[in-house]
Write a protein that binds this ligand. Structure first.
Ligand code: RIB
Ligand code: CA
Length: 310
């Protein structure tokens, strides 16, 4: 039995932490890109820059450049910068890739049934397209770990609106299709990612100059907005879950996603304590949702792994 990891990403700064953590700890064979923090094309350029810097030997495949049902929203440049990596490096690479993300993902899971794990750390457009184009995709994939959503634990209900987290908010139709599917899924939402904040000094302690350089933009954003020179490494916690699931408190529930109105992008779990005639969750597959985290242990694991040794 082999294990393959693919990261589906809208490479922003915390995505880069996830990619670095993944390549140090897993058989990271592919990086697929999706519109989110930046366009899918810019994310492909960033993946090439990352792979060149760290000598990562992985397939890079560009994916969807717009959500399933709506026009692409403007990239959020104030957190990750116009290029998604803090604007600190010139990027000489082009956005073209030999294959596209959806073809690559479908062919990989067909070639290696039950051996491919996908960490989806951007909007879920590519994953939904895989489900639509390959009916057996859900039965062939080993596991999907999603950074996304917010369920209200410790007051974490959203970072794009009162109700919605960015990755889900960016393509709620795709997210709802993924939640309705039979893909074995773990959700790593804001409820836990906002409980693991890395300070500027802790980023510096890694002595990884690439991570230090790209983080400056994000650290300064957080300092301006929240008065803390630090950052939430949202996406890296998907890799932490794969390595140390024991560090997370979880519940198993069916999940739906609101797709319109003021709650668009909200991730929903059953709330009623009594039988109801119109049950939106009836007979749905459950997803594992992380609702608590051992912050100290997770920070130690991550920072120790990222630390550059001589
Ligand atoms: O809400 C956090 C998510 O949005 C992370 O994936 C971050 O990279 C941004 O895409
Ligand atoms: Ca991301």
């Amino acid at each position: 039995m082999q294990d393959f990891l693919v990261i589906d990403t809208d490479i922003g700064i915390d995505d880069a932490f996830a990619l670095r953590y993944a390549m140090l700890t897993h058989n990271l064979v592919g990086v697929t890109t999706v519109n989110g923090n930046v366009t899918a094309g810019m994310a492909a350029k960033n993946a090439k820059l990352f792979a060149d810097h760290y000598n990562l030997n992985a397939v890079i495949a560009k994916g969807a450049n717009r959500p399933l049902a709506a026009p692409a929203s403007d990239p959020i440049t104030d957190v990750h910068g116009a290029d998604g990596l803090g604007g600190c490096y010139d990027n000489p690479f082009d956005a073209q890739t030999p294959d596209n993300a959806v073809n690559y993902l479908i062919n990989l899971v067909k070639a290696h049934p039950h051996e491919v794990t996908i960490a989806a750390i951007g909007p879920l457009t590519n994953i939904a397209l895989c489900l639509n184009l390959c009916p057996e995709f859900a039965s062939l994939i080993k596991q999907l770990v999603i950074m996304g959503g917010a369920f209200g634990y410790k007051g974490h209900t959203g970072n794009m609106s009162n109700f919605a987290e960015f990755n889900i908010w960016s393509d709620p139709e795709a997210a709802d299709q993924v939640m309705l599917s039979a893909i074995p899924t773990v959700i790593v939402p804001l409820d836990v990612t906002y409980e693991v904040l890395i300070s500027g000094a802790e980023v510096a302690s890694t002595q990884d100059q690439f991570l230090i350089d790209i983080s400056k933009f994000y650290l300064e954003f957080t300092e301006r907005e929240e008065g803390f020179y630090g950052m939430a490494v949202h996406d890296a916690l998907t890799i932490e879950y794969l390595l140390h699931p024991e560090c997370f408190e979880v519940i198993d529930k069916p999940v739906r996603v609101s797709t319109d109105g003021i709650t668009a992008g909200q991730t929903l779990i059953p709330q009623s304590a009594m039988p109801i005639p119109d049950d939106n969750f009836k007979d749905l597959p459950v997803k594992r949702i992380c609702i608590g985290v051992d912050t100290a242990a997770v920070k130690a694991h991550l920072l120790n792994a990222l630390k550059v040794t001589a």
